[in-house]
Design a protein around this ligand. Structure first.
Ligand SMILES: [Zn+2]
Length: 73
């Protein structure tokens, strides 16, 4: 049984191993509320039900530069 907080904050140990899927250098991600932001390219990824959506297709096209986004299926 888990008594962990359910505020949407990721486990720091989990956050530490996450990396941007769009950057070859696998830079760390900063959590901003329910979004993870790449420290290198600025791509944003949603956290859904406490699980980071870190596939390239999950990136939120907001601050991301178009050149970094591959739009193929
Ligand atoms: Zn990135």
């Amino acid at each position: 049984m888990s008594t962990e907080k359910d505020s949407g904050a990721l486990d720091p140990q989990l956050l530490a191993v996450l990396a941007c899927p769009l950057c070859d250098s696998r830079p760390p991600l900063n959590q901003q509320g329910s979004i993870l932001v790449c420290t290198q390219c600025g791509a944003r990824f949603p956290i859904r039900n406490g699980i980071p959506a870190l596939r390239p297709g999950d990136a939120l096209s907001d601050d991301a530069t178009p050149d970094d986004l591959t739009d193929h299926e």
